[in-house]
Design a protein around this ligand. Structure first.
Ligand code: AR6
Length: 176
């Protein structure tokens, strides 16, 4: 597909720990309480320090599919954009719309806060059980669509936590 040839050049795939990245904003795969958890959420809170939890508490939660922003505190990233992915319950419970909404909302919050470079983990594909082959197609297609209308976002990094996940993202990128 050549439709997104230019937008694809603004996407980067890496295998990394997202807490180490020096980008304008990293995205957190949070839960509706925004009060921390395991997985990437736990890693982000421990790297950012306790001020992040205080800032999150002031946000009074976040609905599934939406996104809210805080400073990055002790992280190299300037901001954390917290989004809440859907729990995967077989795929017939609006999971794909809600996951698409996470990417759309996070990118919109980025644009509104002068964020040019943003890094996403693979939202919902850990504890929340979303099959990564499907989830990463949603991540890629929603990002490409957004990038085509928003030149202010200059780079989107998809951060994979294993070689297996990176290979799945690399394969999916070739489909677009
Ligand atoms: N850097 C990049 N990716 C990571 C890191 C890291 N440091 N650590 C884990 N991953 P998960 P979810 C990957 O479970 O499925 C929390 O308790 C991981 O390999 O963190 O959206 C929240 O509070 C996987 O590919 O998030 C929620 O309750 C991806 O990040 C719940 O988990 C997402 O896995 C959210 O579940």
């Amino acid at each position: 597909m050549d439709q997104y040839k230019e937008e694809k050049k603004r996407i980067r795939l890496v295998r990394a720990d997202i807490t180490k990245l020096s980008v304008d904003a990293i995205v957190n795969a949070a839960n509706e309480s925004l009060l921390g958890g395991g997985g990437v959420d736990g890693a982000i809170h421990s790297a950012a320090g306790p001020d992040l939890l205080r800032a999150c508490a002031a946000l009074k939660g976040c609905k599934t599919g939406q996104a809210k922003i805080t400073p990055g505190f002790q992280l190299p990233a300037k901001y954390v954009i917290h989004t809440v992915g859907p729990v995967y319950r077989g795929g017939m419970n609006k999971e794909s719309e809600l996951l698409a909404s996470c990417y759309q909302s996070s990118l919109a919050v980025a644009s509104h806060n002068n964020v040019n470079t943003i890094a996403f983990p693979s939202i919902s594909t850990g504890v929340y059980g979303y099959p990564i082959e499907e989830a990463c197609r949603i991540a890629i297609v929603e990002t490409l669509r957004y990038l085509s209308g928003h030149s202010e976002i200059t780079e989107v990094t998809f951060v994979c936590f294993s070689d297996r996940d990176l290979k799945i993202y690399e394969r999916a990128m070739t489909e677009f």
